[in-house]
Design a protein around this ligand. Structure first.
Ligand code: ADP
Length: 596
Protein backbone atom coordinates (compact mmCIF):
# COMPACT_ATOMS: atom_id res chain seq x y z
CA UNK A 1 0.00 0.00 0.00
CA UNK A 2 2.73 2.41 1.02
CA UNK A 3 4.49 1.98 -2.33
CA UNK A 4 1.33 2.82 -4.19
CA UNK A 5 0.71 5.92 -2.07
CA UNK A 6 4.34 7.02 -2.42
CA UNK A 7 4.20 6.63 -6.19
CA UNK A 8 1.10 8.81 -6.35
CA UNK A 9 2.56 11.26 -3.84
CA UNK A 10 5.75 11.61 -5.90
CA UNK A 11 3.78 12.16 -9.05
CA UNK A 12 1.01 14.43 -7.85
CA UNK A 13 2.09 15.87 -4.50
CA UNK A 14 5.77 16.74 -4.92
CA UNK A 15 5.32 19.03 -7.94
CA UNK A 16 3.42 21.37 -5.60
CA UNK A 17 6.40 21.51 -3.27
CA UNK A 18 5.86 25.19 -2.35
CA UNK A 19 2.36 24.57 -1.02
CA UNK A 20 3.46 21.26 0.44
CA UNK A 21 6.26 22.93 2.40
CA UNK A 22 3.86 25.63 3.67
CA UNK A 23 1.41 22.91 4.69
CA UNK A 24 4.11 21.08 6.60
CA UNK A 25 5.47 24.23 8.21
CA UNK A 26 2.07 25.40 9.44
CA UNK A 27 1.31 21.85 10.53
CA UNK A 28 4.58 21.76 12.43
CA UNK A 29 3.85 25.00 14.27
CA UNK A 30 0.38 23.73 15.20
CA UNK A 31 1.90 20.45 16.35
CA UNK A 32 4.58 22.07 18.48
CA UNK A 33 2.12 24.55 20.00
CA UNK A 34 -0.24 21.71 20.97
CA UNK A 35 2.17 18.92 21.88
CA UNK A 36 4.80 20.94 23.69
CA UNK A 37 3.32 24.36 24.34
CA UNK A 38 0.26 23.39 26.35
CA UNK A 39 1.83 20.82 28.75
CA UNK A 40 4.90 22.98 29.28
CA UNK A 41 2.69 25.98 29.97
CA UNK A 42 1.03 24.05 32.77
CA UNK A 43 4.31 22.70 34.03
CA UNK A 44 6.44 25.85 33.99
CA UNK A 45 4.26 28.93 33.81
CA UNK A 46 1.44 28.02 36.16
CA UNK A 47 3.75 27.22 39.16
CA UNK A 48 5.27 30.69 38.84
CA UNK A 49 1.85 32.24 39.28
CA UNK A 50 1.00 30.07 42.27
CA UNK A 51 4.43 30.45 43.91
CA UNK A 52 3.93 32.05 47.30
CA UNK A 53 7.62 32.75 47.97
CA UNK A 54 8.15 29.81 50.28
CA UNK A 55 8.76 26.15 49.44
CA UNK A 56 10.40 24.77 46.32
CA UNK A 57 11.19 27.39 43.74
CA UNK A 58 9.45 26.95 40.36
CA UNK A 59 11.78 25.63 37.67
CA UNK A 60 11.21 28.60 35.39
CA UNK A 61 12.54 30.96 38.08
CA UNK A 62 15.69 28.88 38.21
CA UNK A 63 16.10 29.25 34.46
CA UNK A 64 15.16 32.95 34.35
CA UNK A 65 16.27 34.51 37.67
CA UNK A 66 14.98 37.89 36.52
CA UNK A 67 11.48 36.61 37.22
CA UNK A 68 12.23 36.67 40.93
CA UNK A 69 12.38 40.47 40.85
CA UNK A 70 8.90 40.73 39.31
CA UNK A 71 5.99 41.32 41.60
CA UNK A 72 3.07 38.93 41.69
CA UNK A 73 0.72 40.96 39.51
CA UNK A 74 3.37 41.26 36.76
CA UNK A 75 3.91 37.51 36.90
CA UNK A 76 0.18 36.94 36.69
CA UNK A 77 -0.01 39.28 33.71
CA UNK A 78 2.83 37.38 32.04
CA UNK A 79 1.12 34.04 32.61
CA UNK A 80 -2.15 35.42 31.33
CA UNK A 81 -0.36 36.71 28.24
CA UNK A 82 1.57 33.51 27.52
CA UNK A 83 -1.46 31.27 27.49
CA UNK A 84 -3.48 33.18 24.84
CA UNK A 85 -0.24 33.71 22.93
CA UNK A 86 0.34 29.98 22.64
CA UNK A 87 -3.26 29.43 21.62
CA UNK A 88 -3.18 32.36 19.20
CA UNK A 89 -0.06 30.95 17.53
CA UNK A 90 -1.67 27.52 17.48
CA UNK A 91 -4.95 28.89 16.12
CA UNK A 92 -3.29 31.02 13.47
CA UNK A 93 -1.08 28.14 12.35
CA UNK A 94 -4.08 25.82 12.31
CA UNK A 95 -6.11 28.24 10.19
CA UNK A 96 -3.24 28.74 7.76
CA UNK A 97 -2.74 24.99 7.70
CA UNK A 98 -6.36 24.31 6.76
CA UNK A 99 -6.36 26.97 4.07
CA UNK A 100 -3.12 25.72 2.57
CA UNK A 101 -4.23 22.09 2.72
CA UNK A 102 -7.26 23.04 0.67
CA UNK A 103 -5.20 25.00 -1.82
CA UNK A 104 -2.85 22.04 -2.12
CA UNK A 105 -5.80 19.67 -2.46
CA UNK A 106 -7.38 21.59 -5.33
CA UNK A 107 -4.05 21.61 -7.14
CA UNK A 108 -3.59 17.89 -6.65
CA UNK A 109 -7.11 17.28 -7.91
CA UNK A 110 -6.54 19.42 -10.95
CA UNK A 111 -3.32 17.67 -11.94
CA UNK A 112 -4.80 14.25 -11.19
CA UNK A 113 -7.85 14.89 -13.36
CA UNK A 114 -5.80 16.44 -16.15
CA UNK A 115 -3.43 13.47 -16.12
CA UNK A 116 -6.19 10.86 -16.14
CA UNK A 117 -8.18 12.68 -18.84
CA UNK A 118 -5.06 13.16 -20.93
CA UNK A 119 -4.28 9.49 -20.51
CA UNK A 120 -7.79 8.46 -21.54
CA UNK A 121 -7.25 10.34 -24.83
CA UNK A 122 -4.28 8.09 -25.52
CA UNK A 123 -5.94 4.81 -24.61
CA UNK A 124 -6.67 2.22 -27.27
CA UNK A 125 -10.21 2.34 -28.61
CA UNK A 126 -10.40 -1.37 -27.77
CA UNK A 127 -9.95 -0.49 -24.06
CA UNK A 128 -12.64 2.19 -24.19
CA UNK A 129 -14.95 -0.24 -25.99
CA UNK A 130 -14.57 -2.63 -23.07
CA UNK A 131 -15.44 -0.11 -20.34
CA UNK A 132 -18.70 1.62 -19.65
CA UNK A 133 -18.59 5.39 -20.11
CA UNK A 134 -20.18 5.91 -16.69
CA UNK A 135 -17.36 4.01 -15.06
CA UNK A 136 -14.73 6.10 -16.81
CA UNK A 137 -16.54 9.31 -15.83
CA UNK A 138 -16.61 8.03 -12.27
CA UNK A 139 -12.86 7.44 -12.34
CA UNK A 140 -12.10 10.89 -13.74
CA UNK A 141 -14.47 12.79 -11.47
CA UNK A 142 -15.01 10.86 -8.27
CA UNK A 143 -11.96 8.64 -7.82
CA UNK A 144 -9.63 11.57 -8.43
CA UNK A 145 -11.54 13.62 -5.86
CA UNK A 146 -11.28 10.81 -3.35
CA UNK A 147 -7.53 10.46 -3.87
CA UNK A 148 -7.04 14.22 -3.69
CA UNK A 149 -8.92 14.41 -0.43
CA UNK A 150 -6.73 11.77 1.07
CA UNK A 151 -3.41 12.91 -0.39
CA UNK A 152 -3.79 16.50 0.81
CA UNK A 153 -5.17 15.73 4.28
CA UNK A 154 -3.06 12.72 4.87
CA UNK A 155 0.09 14.50 3.70
CA UNK A 156 -0.68 16.99 6.44
CA UNK A 157 -1.78 14.62 9.18
CA UNK A 158 0.82 11.96 8.55
CA UNK A 159 3.45 14.61 9.22
CA UNK A 160 1.70 16.87 11.71
CA UNK A 161 0.23 14.23 13.97
CA UNK A 162 3.36 12.09 14.43
CA UNK A 163 5.26 15.31 15.23
CA UNK A 164 2.63 16.33 17.79
CA UNK A 165 2.84 12.81 19.14
CA UNK A 166 6.64 12.90 19.38
CA UNK A 167 6.56 16.36 21.02
CA UNK A 168 3.92 15.40 23.55
CA UNK A 169 5.54 12.05 24.16
CA UNK A 170 8.94 13.70 24.72
CA UNK A 171 7.33 16.09 27.18
CA UNK A 172 5.71 13.10 28.90
CA UNK A 173 8.96 11.10 29.15
CA UNK A 174 10.91 14.17 30.25
CA UNK A 175 8.44 14.79 33.07
CA UNK A 176 8.52 11.14 34.17
CA UNK A 177 12.32 11.12 34.37
CA UNK A 178 12.53 14.54 35.90
CA UNK A 179 10.18 13.64 38.72
CA UNK A 180 11.34 10.04 39.02
CA UNK A 181 7.83 8.63 38.38
CA UNK A 182 9.08 5.91 36.07
CA UNK A 183 6.42 3.39 37.06
CA UNK A 184 3.91 5.64 35.37
CA UNK A 185 5.61 4.64 32.13
CA UNK A 186 3.35 1.60 32.31
CA UNK A 187 0.71 3.87 30.86
CA UNK A 188 2.50 3.33 27.57
CA UNK A 189 0.92 -0.11 27.41
CA UNK A 190 -2.28 1.65 26.56
CA UNK A 191 -0.64 3.08 23.48
CA UNK A 192 -0.37 -0.45 22.15
CA UNK A 193 -4.04 -0.94 22.96
CA UNK A 194 -4.93 2.26 21.16
CA UNK A 195 -2.96 1.26 18.05
CA UNK A 196 -4.77 -2.06 17.78
CA UNK A 197 -7.99 -0.91 16.07
CA UNK A 198 -6.05 1.06 13.47
CA UNK A 199 -4.31 -2.08 12.28
CA UNK A 200 -7.24 -4.46 12.57
CA UNK A 201 -9.81 -2.32 10.80
CA UNK A 202 -7.45 -0.86 8.21
CA UNK A 203 -7.78 -3.82 5.86
CA UNK A 204 -11.55 -3.97 6.13
CA UNK A 205 -11.85 -0.27 5.50
CA UNK A 206 -9.72 -0.60 2.38
CA UNK A 207 -11.81 -3.48 0.99
CA UNK A 208 -15.13 -1.74 1.67
CA UNK A 209 -13.89 1.53 0.22
CA UNK A 210 -12.93 -0.18 -3.02
CA UNK A 211 -16.36 -1.76 -3.28
CA UNK A 212 -18.01 1.58 -2.53
CA UNK A 213 -16.03 3.35 -5.26
CA UNK A 214 -16.86 0.61 -7.74
CA UNK A 215 -20.49 1.00 -6.67
CA UNK A 216 -20.31 4.68 -7.53
CA UNK A 217 -19.01 3.71 -10.97
CA UNK A 218 -21.99 1.38 -11.32
CA UNK A 219 -24.41 4.18 -10.41
CA UNK A 220 -22.79 6.43 -13.01
CA UNK A 221 -23.07 3.69 -15.61
CA UNK A 222 -26.77 3.21 -15.00
CA UNK A 223 -27.44 6.96 -15.15
CA UNK A 224 -25.34 7.44 -18.27
CA UNK A 225 -26.98 4.58 -20.13
CA UNK A 226 -30.40 5.70 -19.02
CA UNK A 227 -29.87 9.24 -20.31
CA UNK A 228 -28.41 8.00 -23.57
CA UNK A 229 -31.32 5.69 -24.24
CA UNK A 230 -34.27 7.74 -23.02
CA UNK A 231 -36.21 7.28 -26.27
CA UNK A 232 -35.91 3.50 -26.11
CA UNK A 233 -36.64 3.47 -22.38
CA UNK A 234 -39.91 5.30 -22.94
CA UNK A 235 -40.82 3.59 -26.17
CA UNK A 236 -40.48 0.16 -24.58
CA UNK A 237 -41.92 1.26 -21.22
CA UNK A 238 -38.69 0.29 -19.49
CA UNK A 239 -38.87 3.01 -16.84
CA UNK A 240 -39.70 0.59 -14.06
CA UNK A 241 -36.79 -1.67 -14.96
CA UNK A 242 -34.42 1.26 -15.13
CA UNK A 243 -35.63 2.52 -11.77
CA UNK A 244 -35.02 -0.95 -10.35
CA UNK A 245 -31.54 -1.07 -11.83
CA UNK A 246 -30.79 2.30 -10.29
CA UNK A 247 -32.27 1.25 -6.97
CA UNK A 248 -30.14 -1.89 -7.01
CA UNK A 249 -26.96 0.07 -7.71
CA UNK A 250 -27.80 2.69 -5.06
CA UNK A 251 -28.62 0.13 -2.41
CA UNK A 252 -25.46 -1.78 -3.13
CA UNK A 253 -23.50 1.44 -2.69
CA UNK A 254 -25.35 2.29 0.51
CA UNK A 255 -24.68 -1.13 2.05
CA UNK A 256 -20.98 -0.78 1.39
CA UNK A 257 -20.95 2.76 2.75
CA UNK A 258 -22.78 1.61 5.90
CA UNK A 259 -20.13 -0.99 6.55
CA UNK A 260 -17.35 1.43 5.73
CA UNK A 261 -18.64 4.06 8.16
CA UNK A 262 -19.11 1.40 10.85
CA UNK A 263 -15.44 0.42 10.72
CA UNK A 264 -14.24 3.98 10.32
CA UNK A 265 -16.12 5.21 13.34
CA UNK A 266 -15.21 2.24 15.51
CA UNK A 267 -11.61 3.33 15.70
CA UNK A 268 -12.36 6.58 17.54
CA UNK A 269 -14.33 5.19 20.53
CA UNK A 270 -11.82 2.40 21.04
CA UNK A 271 -8.98 4.89 21.07
CA UNK A 272 -10.82 7.26 23.36
CA UNK A 273 -11.59 4.47 25.79
CA UNK A 274 -7.90 3.57 25.80
CA UNK A 275 -7.08 7.22 26.52
CA UNK A 276 -9.56 7.31 29.43
CA UNK A 277 -8.11 4.07 30.82
CA UNK A 278 -4.65 5.55 30.63
CA UNK A 279 -5.85 8.68 32.44
CA UNK A 280 -7.43 6.63 35.24
CA UNK A 281 -4.22 4.68 35.53
CA UNK A 282 -2.30 7.91 35.77
CA UNK A 283 -4.71 9.18 38.41
CA UNK A 284 -4.23 6.10 40.59
CA UNK A 285 -0.45 6.21 40.35
CA UNK A 286 -0.40 9.96 40.75
CA UNK A 287 -2.44 9.95 43.93
CA UNK A 288 -0.42 7.05 45.40
CA UNK A 289 2.91 8.72 44.72
CA UNK A 290 1.73 11.94 46.34
CA UNK A 291 2.02 13.92 43.11
CA UNK A 292 0.86 17.57 43.14
CA UNK A 293 -2.02 18.82 41.06
CA UNK A 294 0.22 20.76 38.65
CA UNK A 295 2.48 17.79 38.01
CA UNK A 296 -0.51 15.57 37.48
CA UNK A 297 -2.15 18.04 35.08
CA UNK A 298 1.06 18.41 33.11
CA UNK A 299 1.53 14.69 32.78
CA UNK A 300 -2.11 14.17 31.92
CA UNK A 301 -2.00 16.85 29.24
CA UNK A 302 1.19 15.47 27.69
CA UNK A 303 -0.40 12.05 27.65
CA UNK A 304 -3.63 13.37 26.23
CA UNK A 305 -1.84 15.04 23.34
CA UNK A 306 0.17 11.86 22.73
CA UNK A 307 -2.99 9.82 22.46
CA UNK A 308 -4.96 12.44 20.61
CA UNK A 309 -2.32 12.81 17.92
CA UNK A 310 -2.11 9.03 17.70
CA UNK A 311 -5.83 8.92 17.19
CA UNK A 312 -5.64 11.49 14.43
CA UNK A 313 -2.70 9.76 12.79
CA UNK A 314 -4.80 6.58 12.98
CA UNK A 315 -7.66 8.32 11.26
CA UNK A 316 -5.28 9.52 8.56
CA UNK A 317 -4.09 5.96 8.17
CA UNK A 318 -7.70 4.85 7.80
CA UNK A 319 -8.26 7.43 5.13
CA UNK A 320 -5.25 6.07 3.33
CA UNK A 321 -6.86 2.66 3.46
CA UNK A 322 -10.08 4.18 2.27
CA UNK A 323 -8.35 5.73 -0.72
CA UNK A 324 -6.91 2.37 -1.71
CA UNK A 325 -9.97 1.60 -3.79
CA UNK A 326 -9.89 4.86 -5.71
CA UNK A 327 -6.09 4.66 -6.05
CA UNK A 328 -6.37 1.17 -7.50
CA UNK A 329 -9.05 2.23 -9.96
CA UNK A 330 -6.96 5.20 -11.12
CA UNK A 331 -3.89 3.02 -11.42
CA UNK A 332 -5.85 0.64 -13.64
CA UNK A 333 -6.43 3.49 -16.07
CA UNK A 334 -2.98 5.05 -15.78
CA UNK A 335 -1.20 1.72 -16.18
CA UNK A 336 -3.14 0.90 -19.31
CA UNK A 337 -0.93 1.61 -22.30
CA UNK A 338 -1.81 1.97 -25.89
CA UNK A 339 -0.18 -0.82 -27.87
CA UNK A 340 -0.72 1.34 -30.94
CA UNK A 341 2.41 3.39 -30.43
CA UNK A 342 3.97 5.83 -32.82
CA UNK A 343 7.19 4.52 -34.35
CA UNK A 344 10.45 5.87 -32.91
CA UNK A 345 11.54 7.10 -36.33
CA UNK A 346 8.31 7.72 -38.21
CA UNK A 347 8.15 7.60 -42.00
CA UNK A 348 6.36 10.34 -43.90
CA UNK A 349 3.98 10.18 -46.80
CA UNK A 350 5.12 11.55 -50.11
CA UNK A 351 2.99 14.64 -50.64
CA UNK A 352 0.45 15.03 -51.97
CA UNK A 353 -1.04 11.84 -50.59
CA UNK A 354 -2.90 10.08 -53.40
CA UNK A 355 -4.89 7.70 -51.23
CA UNK A 356 -4.07 4.27 -52.61
CA UNK A 357 -5.03 1.58 -50.08
CA UNK A 358 -3.62 -1.92 -49.88
CA UNK A 359 -4.66 -4.68 -47.46
CA UNK A 360 -1.82 -7.16 -47.63
CA UNK A 361 -2.85 -10.51 -46.21
CA UNK A 362 -4.64 -8.83 -43.27
CA UNK A 363 -6.22 -10.77 -40.41
CA UNK A 364 -7.73 -9.20 -37.34
CA UNK A 365 -9.31 -10.32 -34.09
CA UNK A 366 -10.81 -8.29 -31.22
CA UNK A 367 -10.49 -11.25 -28.89
CA UNK A 368 -7.88 -13.93 -29.20
CA UNK A 369 -9.02 -16.94 -31.15
CA UNK A 370 -12.02 -15.17 -32.69
CA UNK A 371 -10.88 -13.81 -36.06
CA UNK A 372 -13.13 -11.10 -37.45
CA UNK A 373 -11.16 -10.53 -40.66
CA UNK A 374 -9.23 -13.37 -42.33
CA UNK A 375 -6.49 -13.13 -44.95
CA UNK A 376 -7.78 -10.05 -46.67
CA UNK A 377 -5.88 -9.12 -49.84
CA UNK A 378 -7.18 -6.14 -51.71
CA UNK A 379 -5.81 -3.11 -53.51
CA UNK A 380 -7.89 0.03 -53.86
CA UNK A 381 -6.42 2.49 -56.34
CA UNK A 382 -6.37 6.18 -55.47
CA UNK A 383 -9.66 7.92 -56.15
CA UNK A 384 -11.77 4.77 -56.36
CA UNK A 385 -15.18 4.77 -54.69
CA UNK A 386 -15.68 1.38 -53.10
CA UNK A 387 -18.82 0.05 -51.45
CA UNK A 388 -18.54 -2.55 -48.69
CA UNK A 389 -21.56 -4.80 -48.40
CA UNK A 390 -22.37 -7.99 -46.57
CA UNK A 391 -24.50 -9.34 -43.77
CA UNK A 392 -24.38 -7.58 -40.44
CA UNK A 393 -21.33 -8.63 -38.44
CA UNK A 394 -19.39 -9.67 -41.55
CA UNK A 395 -16.51 -7.29 -40.72
CA UNK A 396 -17.14 -4.24 -42.95
CA UNK A 397 -16.75 -1.60 -40.22
CA UNK A 398 -13.77 -3.41 -38.78
CA UNK A 399 -12.14 -3.39 -42.22
CA UNK A 400 -12.67 0.39 -42.50
CA UNK A 401 -11.45 0.96 -38.92
CA UNK A 402 -8.07 -0.57 -39.67
CA UNK A 403 -7.19 2.26 -42.07
CA UNK A 404 -7.09 5.04 -39.41
CA UNK A 405 -5.38 2.44 -37.18
CA UNK A 406 -8.15 2.50 -34.58
CA UNK A 407 -7.18 -1.13 -34.08
CA UNK A 408 -3.94 -2.92 -34.85
CA UNK A 409 -3.92 -5.71 -37.44
CA UNK A 410 -3.21 -9.13 -35.98
CA UNK A 411 -1.44 -10.26 -39.16
CA UNK A 412 -0.40 -8.66 -42.44
CA UNK A 413 -0.28 -4.94 -43.16
CA UNK A 414 -2.45 -2.02 -44.22
CA UNK A 415 -0.67 0.36 -46.59
CA UNK A 416 -1.56 3.87 -47.66
CA UNK A 417 0.35 4.99 -50.77
CA UNK A 418 2.67 2.04 -50.20
CA UNK A 419 3.52 3.08 -46.59
CA UNK A 420 2.57 0.73 -43.74
CA UNK A 421 0.16 2.64 -41.45
CA UNK A 422 2.32 1.50 -38.49
CA UNK A 423 5.34 3.34 -39.91
CA UNK A 424 3.85 6.84 -39.77
CA UNK A 425 2.59 8.68 -36.69
CA UNK A 426 -1.10 8.37 -35.94
CA UNK A 427 -1.43 12.11 -36.34
CA UNK A 428 0.18 12.08 -39.79
CA UNK A 429 -1.99 9.14 -40.85
CA UNK A 430 -5.27 10.65 -39.65
CA UNK A 431 -4.45 14.00 -41.23
CA UNK A 432 -5.19 12.39 -44.58
CA UNK A 433 -8.45 10.72 -43.61
CA UNK A 434 -11.98 11.97 -43.13
CA UNK A 435 -14.69 9.88 -41.56
CA UNK A 436 -18.43 10.45 -41.55
CA UNK A 437 -20.09 8.00 -39.20
CA UNK A 438 -23.63 6.83 -38.59
CA UNK A 439 -24.33 9.34 -35.83
CA UNK A 440 -23.02 12.79 -36.66
CA UNK A 441 -21.25 13.71 -33.47
CA UNK A 442 -21.25 17.42 -32.96
CA UNK A 443 -19.43 19.19 -30.20
CA UNK A 444 -20.48 22.02 -27.93
CA UNK A 445 -19.90 25.20 -29.91
CA UNK A 446 -21.26 27.08 -32.91
CA UNK A 447 -22.08 25.55 -36.30
CA UNK A 448 -19.05 27.39 -37.66
CA UNK A 449 -16.76 25.89 -35.00
CA UNK A 450 -18.18 22.45 -35.64
CA UNK A 451 -17.35 22.70 -39.32
CA UNK A 452 -13.93 24.25 -38.73
CA UNK A 453 -13.00 21.30 -36.50
CA UNK A 454 -12.14 19.44 -39.70
CA UNK A 455 -9.01 21.46 -40.13
CA UNK A 456 -6.91 23.43 -37.67
CA UNK A 457 -6.06 26.25 -40.05
CA UNK A 458 -9.41 26.46 -41.84
CA UNK A 459 -10.03 29.93 -43.26
CA UNK A 460 -13.38 31.68 -43.20
CA UNK A 461 -13.81 31.11 -46.93
CA UNK A 462 -13.07 27.41 -46.62
CA UNK A 463 -15.65 27.03 -43.85
CA UNK A 464 -18.28 28.89 -45.84
CA UNK A 465 -17.47 26.94 -49.01
CA UNK A 466 -17.76 23.68 -47.08
CA UNK A 467 -21.09 24.82 -45.61
CA UNK A 468 -22.26 25.49 -49.18
CA UNK A 469 -21.01 22.17 -50.56
CA UNK A 470 -22.67 20.21 -47.75
CA UNK A 471 -25.78 22.38 -48.12
CA UNK A 472 -25.55 23.46 -44.49
CA UNK A 473 -26.21 26.94 -45.91
CA UNK A 474 -29.69 25.78 -46.87
CA UNK A 475 -30.86 25.55 -43.27
CA UNK A 476 -28.70 28.27 -41.70
CA UNK A 477 -31.40 30.96 -42.15
CA UNK A 478 -33.68 28.82 -39.99
CA UNK A 479 -31.25 28.96 -37.06
CA UNK A 480 -31.49 31.91 -34.63
CA UNK A 481 -27.94 33.11 -35.23
CA UNK A 482 -27.20 31.40 -38.52
CA UNK A 483 -23.73 29.87 -38.66
CA UNK A 484 -22.97 31.33 -35.21
CA UNK A 485 -25.79 29.45 -33.51
CA UNK A 486 -24.55 27.49 -30.54
CA UNK A 487 -25.21 23.78 -30.62
CA UNK A 488 -25.59 21.83 -27.40
CA UNK A 489 -23.28 18.91 -26.70
CA UNK A 490 -24.35 16.22 -29.16
CA UNK A 491 -25.69 18.83 -31.57
CA UNK A 492 -29.16 19.07 -30.11
CA UNK A 493 -31.33 21.63 -31.86
CA UNK A 494 -30.62 20.19 -35.31
CA UNK A 495 -32.44 17.39 -37.09
CA UNK A 496 -30.59 14.16 -37.90
CA UNK A 497 -30.19 15.21 -41.53
CA UNK A 498 -28.94 18.68 -40.57
CA UNK A 499 -26.42 17.23 -38.17
CA UNK A 500 -25.18 14.87 -40.79
CA UNK A 501 -24.71 17.80 -43.15
CA UNK A 502 -22.55 19.60 -40.58
CA UNK A 503 -20.45 16.42 -40.33
CA UNK A 504 -20.18 16.29 -44.12
CA UNK A 505 -19.15 19.97 -44.20
CA UNK A 506 -16.46 19.11 -41.67
CA UNK A 507 -15.15 16.44 -44.01
CA UNK A 508 -15.25 18.93 -46.91
CA UNK A 509 -13.11 21.35 -44.90
CA UNK A 510 -10.67 18.60 -44.10
CA UNK A 511 -10.32 17.88 -47.82
CA UNK A 512 -8.54 14.58 -47.14
CA UNK A 513 -7.66 12.21 -49.99
CA UNK A 514 -9.23 9.23 -48.19
CA UNK A 515 -12.85 9.24 -47.08
CA UNK A 516 -14.68 6.65 -44.99
CA UNK A 517 -18.47 6.82 -44.93
CA UNK A 518 -19.52 4.36 -42.27
CA UNK A 519 -23.24 3.92 -42.70
CA UNK A 520 -23.39 7.70 -42.92
CA UNK A 521 -27.07 7.76 -43.74
CA UNK A 522 -28.21 4.73 -41.75
CA UNK A 523 -29.92 6.77 -39.05
CA UNK A 524 -31.82 8.96 -41.53
CA UNK A 525 -35.21 8.45 -43.04
CA UNK A 526 -35.39 7.67 -46.75
CA UNK A 527 -36.24 11.26 -47.65
CA UNK A 528 -33.32 12.80 -45.76
CA UNK A 529 -31.06 10.06 -47.04
CA UNK A 530 -31.94 10.95 -50.61
CA UNK A 531 -31.14 14.60 -49.95
CA UNK A 532 -27.84 13.87 -48.22
CA UNK A 533 -26.84 11.39 -50.90
CA UNK A 534 -26.14 14.18 -53.30
CA UNK A 535 -23.74 15.90 -50.87
CA UNK A 536 -22.00 12.64 -50.08
CA UNK A 537 -21.41 11.96 -53.74
CA UNK A 538 -19.96 15.44 -54.17
CA UNK A 539 -17.72 14.81 -51.17
CA UNK A 540 -16.51 11.45 -52.52
CA UNK A 541 -15.54 12.89 -55.85
CA UNK A 542 -11.80 12.58 -56.48
CA UNK A 543 -11.16 10.81 -53.16
CA UNK A 544 -10.50 7.20 -52.33
CA UNK A 545 -13.81 6.44 -50.66
CA UNK A 546 -15.01 3.48 -48.67
CA UNK A 547 -18.76 3.33 -48.21
CA UNK A 548 -19.92 0.93 -45.52
CA UNK A 549 -23.40 0.51 -46.89
CA UNK A 550 -26.57 -0.70 -45.31
CA UNK A 551 -28.72 0.28 -48.28
CA UNK A 552 -27.82 -0.46 -51.85
CA UNK A 553 -29.20 2.92 -52.87
CA UNK A 554 -26.09 4.52 -51.32
CA UNK A 555 -23.87 2.61 -53.74
CA UNK A 556 -25.19 4.01 -57.00
CA UNK A 557 -21.95 5.83 -57.67
CA UNK A 558 -19.57 3.18 -56.40
CA UNK A 559 -16.89 2.16 -58.93
CA UNK A 560 -16.50 -1.15 -57.21
CA UNK A 561 -18.14 -3.25 -54.52
CA UNK A 562 -16.51 -5.63 -52.04
CA UNK A 563 -18.76 -8.30 -50.56
CA UNK A 564 -17.90 -9.45 -47.04
CA UNK A 565 -18.96 -12.66 -45.40
CA UNK A 566 -17.62 -14.05 -42.11
CA UNK A 567 -14.52 -11.87 -42.27
CA UNK A 568 -13.61 -12.72 -45.89
CA UNK A 569 -14.09 -10.91 -49.15
CA UNK A 570 -16.28 -13.22 -51.20
CA UNK A 571 -17.07 -10.89 -54.06
CA UNK A 572 -15.26 -8.03 -55.79
CA UNK A 573 -16.52 -6.18 -58.81
CA UNK A 574 -19.20 -3.93 -60.22
CA UNK A 575 -22.86 -4.28 -59.36
CA UNK A 576 -23.62 -6.05 -62.65
CA UNK A 577 -20.70 -8.47 -62.30
CA UNK A 578 -21.53 -9.32 -58.70
CA UNK A 579 -25.22 -9.69 -59.36
CA UNK A 580 -24.35 -12.24 -62.02
CA UNK A 581 -21.58 -14.11 -60.19
CA UNK A 582 -21.91 -13.68 -56.40
CA UNK A 583 -24.91 -15.54 -54.91
CA UNK A 584 -24.60 -13.76 -51.54
CA UNK A 585 -24.64 -10.35 -53.22
CA UNK A 586 -27.60 -11.29 -55.41
CA UNK A 587 -29.44 -12.59 -52.40
CA UNK A 588 -28.78 -9.45 -50.31
CA UNK A 589 -29.69 -7.19 -53.20
CA UNK A 590 -32.89 -9.01 -54.06
CA UNK A 591 -34.04 -9.11 -50.46
CA UNK A 592 -33.51 -5.39 -50.05
CA UNK A 593 -35.11 -4.69 -53.40
CA UNK A 594 -38.16 -6.55 -52.16
CA UNK A 595 -38.30 -4.38 -49.05
CA UNK A 596 -37.83 -1.09 -50.93
P1 ADP B 1 -20.25 -5.13 -39.88
O1 ADP B 1 -19.74 -3.75 -40.03
O2 ADP B 1 -20.04 -5.95 -41.12
O3 ADP B 1 -21.66 -5.23 -39.40
P2 ADP B 1 -18.34 -5.30 -37.72
O4 ADP B 1 -17.03 -5.03 -38.37
O5 ADP B 1 -18.99 -4.18 -37.00
O6 ADP B 1 -19.36 -5.89 -38.81
O7 ADP B 1 -18.21 -6.54 -36.73
C1 ADP B 1 -17.60 -7.75 -37.09
C2 ADP B 1 -17.57 -8.66 -35.88
O8 ADP B 1 -16.74 -8.13 -34.90
C3 ADP B 1 -18.93 -8.87 -35.26
O9 ADP B 1 -19.03 -10.23 -34.88
C4 ADP B 1 -18.92 -7.99 -34.04
O10 ADP B 1 -19.67 -8.56 -33.02
C5 ADP B 1 -17.44 -7.99 -33.67
N1 ADP B 1 -17.06 -6.69 -33.07
C6 ADP B 1 -17.26 -5.47 -33.60
N2 ADP B 1 -16.75 -4.51 -32.80
C7 ADP B 1 -16.22 -5.14 -31.73
C8 ADP B 1 -15.53 -4.71 -30.55
N3 ADP B 1 -15.30 -3.41 -30.32
N4 ADP B 1 -15.13 -5.65 -29.67
C9 ADP B 1 -15.36 -6.96 -29.90
N5 ADP B 1 -15.99 -7.43 -30.99
C10 ADP B 1 -16.42 -6.55 -31.89
Amino acid sequence: MLKRVLTFARRFLLPHYGWLATTLLTGLITAAASGLGVPLLVKFVFPVVFYSGSGEEPALMGMLPALKTWDHSTLLLMACAVMPLIFAVRGLAMWANHVVVNILGIRILESLRKTVFHHVQQLPIAYLDSKSKGDIVSRIVSDTSNVQNVLSHVANDLVKQPITCVCAFSAFIYLLFRDGNLEMGLVLLFIALAAWPIVVFGKRISARAKQAQAGLGEINTVVQQNLETQREVRAYAMEERQINDFRGASEHYRRNMDKLVKYQRLVIPIMETATALALSFLLVFGSQSGMGMTDFMTLALAMYFTFDSMKRAGQAFNRLNEAQGALGRLEEVLDEHNPIDDPAEPAEFKLPVRGELVFDNVSFEYEEGKPVLRDINVRIPAGQVVGLVGPSGAGKTTFANLIPRFYEVSKGAVLVDGVDVRDVTRYELREHLAIVGQQALLFRGTVRENIALGRRDATEQQVLAAADSARVSAFLPLLPKGIDTCLGAGGSGLSGGQRQRVAIARAFVKDAPILILDEATASLDAESEKEIQHELEALAKGRTTLIVAHRFSTLRHADRILVFDHGRIVGDGSHEQLYATCPLYKDLYDRQGAVE
